[in-house]
Design a binder for this molecule. Structure first.
Ligand SMILES: [Zn+2]
Length: 582
């Protein structure tokens, strides 16, 4: 499994895309050494790349136990005098495989969304044609739909049934297969010499019969005990990093320090951006647009917990992505002064490590962690055992509330990616905004955002007034407006779109300003924007009519572009221009 994952990661890196790890694979030091994950699971340590001096257990290092290597102060090698590297996230291996190696390991990887299909194709190269299948999913009947079916069935036949009889029949229908689909990234691998039919029928997914993709009929949880499953998912972070890399020309792994004070300050205040909260609608932090931390929910957590270290961010990412882990749980405990960000349960690993430290047997500590993180709570005998070992009541209370929890390795991997993007936000602002608007800003609007700060403020105020009634799309637009507001406040500006120079989907940095993509124009989709770029190659447009005919852009969008001043002074039709000349 390691070698397979390694081949996939190497191939992607070779093709210029970083891969993010997800799930618990970062718990494995071998996975780190083989390049599958960037998360080094060892305890915090210093090491010298030159003479191989290392320090895991001096007193200065030990006080960072449970934290991260990059939290430690800089030191020079006492042997050769070179600056020491700092690494280690202190993640137990057992989260990945269990104490007896009896947990099924799972290697999940985040490829760039632009690269995902190539990674899928590459599994065929590794294993051979016909050896890999997309994992199918089975959609089942939910209670509301089942209720509708049963009720309609009797109504159509004029039969009256008591409510209890209806709900009895509904119970019988819930969970019955309704449709099939495909998993977003799961690939099932067939061992050589076996036939797929020994395990599952295969099919085209019912929700898309035209695709060439063949999926397994059964979903992979039903067959993953027997077959290797790889999760090859698509994610925006690696795509962002790739674009930043292209714009800045740096190595996003080697050239970005994980201990930058300026980057850390984004999670504490707005000082690194050289703006004040008043400049950006009262937002107290510089974290807008930073993955994992840019939402109001996450920013409120940052304000409540006041992170000082990189490892605090890992803990907060864990809290933010669990279910019933923060609200009504850790938040209350921190407010009441019973726990701090360092002692609250933030990731599933915390539970196991803590229980072992309290003297509870390792295997049992693992079982308790697994039960809690799946939302199954505590058995009465476990509670007794915990109390007997001096585990405080608030801790037991907290365990019982948790419904789902991130592994620490996953949180660490995500924070590393987020940190890199945050670094560019501080030090390469135009590259950062260009990448964000190109890749993540799906609510971007040229009309609302690119015609100067005053117009933006006007629309922003209007959206804020209607905040409770905004549609999903408008919420995205509001999010993107706030990031544009921050960009203007930092003193940066857009330049008007030049239809002959603009790219279809990507923003460009030209003369210290950002030229938006064609697809940022309302109503001009990505495909239509591609068509505009294609038709530009055939020379200048003679008229609006010529523009519409060659690009297939609709009259409405064309008129909007005219109103925005993007079509220069093109006459309505070629004819008219000849007439004018006459
Ligand atoms: Zn040295």
């Amino acid at each position: 499994m390691y070698i397979i994952a390694q081949k996939l990661v190497w191939k992607s890196n070779e093709d210029g895309y970083l891969v993010g790890s997800r799930g618990s694979v970062g718990s494995s030091f071998v996975a780190y050494l083989s390049g599958i994950t960037e998360v080094n699971s060892l305890s915090p340590h210093y090491y010298c790349t030159s003479c191989h001096y290392y320090d895991f257990d001096s007193e200065e290092v030990k006080q960072f136990s449970g934290m991260a290597g990059c939290d430690m102060p800089d030191r020079v090698c006492p042997v050769c005098g070179r600056p020491l590297e700092k690494d280690g996230f202190d993640i137990p291996f057992e989260t990945f495989l269990g104490f007896k190696g009896d947990k099924e390991p799972d290697i999940d990887l985040n490829f760039s969304g632009e690269y995902q299909s190539k990674a899928h194709d590459y599994t065929e190269v590794i294993f051979g044609k016909g050896q890999t299948f997309r994992a199918g999913t089975i959609g089942t009947l939910a209670d509301k739909t089942a209720f509708g079916y049963v009720k309609n069935y009797y109504e159509e036949r004029g039969v009256r049934k008591r409510n209890c009889e209806i709900s009895r029949i509904v119970q019988g229908c819930v969970g019955v297969r309704r449709t099939t689909g495909q998993h977003p990234g799961g690939i099932i691998v067939l061992p050589h010499g076996e036939e797929i039919y020994s395990f599952t029928p295969v099919q085209r997914p019912a929700n898309d019969m035209t695709t060439m993709t063949v999926t397994t009929h059964f979903d992979y949880h039903s067959i993953d005990h027997n077959l290797l499953k790889l999760d090859i998912l698509g994610h925006d972070d690696p795509t962002m990093i790739r674009m930043l890399q292209d714009l800045i020309g740096f190595d996003p792994v080697k050239d970005i320090p994980l201990d930058s004070k300026e980057v850390m300050s984004l999670f504490q205040n707005t000082s690194a951006l050289k703006i004040t909260p008043e400049d950006i609608g009262g937002c107290k932090l510089g974290a807008l647009g930073v993955p994992e931390f840019g939402t109001d929910f996450a920013m409120q957590m940052l304000i409540d917990t006041q992170p000082k270290y990189f490892s605090d961010l890992v803990r907060i990412a864990g809290l933010a992505h669990g279910t019933d882990v923060w609200l009504g749980n850790a938040q209350a405990l921190i407010q009441e002064g019973k726990a701090t960000i360092q002692t609250a349960i933030c990731t599933r690993d915390d539970i196991m490590v803590y229980l072992i430290s309290m003297g509870i047997e390792e295997g049992l500590s693992f079982s308790i962690m697994e039960s809690v993180r799946k939302g199954k709570g505590l058995k009465p005998e476990w509670e007794e055992e915990m109390t007997a070992h001096g585990v405080p009541d608030w801790y037991i209370w907290s365990c019982k509330k948790i419904k789902y929890m991130f592994p620490k390795a996953h949180a660490a991997a995500y924070v590393m990616m987020a940190w890199r993007i945050a670094y560019c936000k501080v030090f390469y602002p135009l590259a950062y905004y260009a990448s964000f608007f190109s890749i993540r800003a799906n609510g971007f609007s040229y009309e609302l955002m690119c015609q100067g700060r005053d117009k933006l403020e006007y629309y922003l105020a209007d959206y804020r007034k209607r905040i409770d009634t905004l549609s999903k799309k408008e919420q995205d637009t509001l999010r993107d407006m706030r990031i544009v507001q921050e960009m203007y406040a930092r003193g940066f500006d857009f330049m008007p779109i030049d239809i002959y120079r603009a790219k279809a989907r990507h923003f460009q940095i030209i003369d210290g300003k950002l030229m938006p993509s064609l697809s940022s124009i309302d109503g001009l989709g990505e495909k239509a924007a591609d068509a505009v770029v294609d038709s530009v190659k055939d020379g200048a447009f003679l008229s609006r009519e010529d523009f519409r005919n060659r690009t297939k852009v609709s009259k409405t969008v064309c008129d909007l572009m005219g109103d925005l001043g993007l079509l220069f002074e093109l006459p309505e039709s070629n004819q008219l221009s000849l007439f004018d000349l006459g």
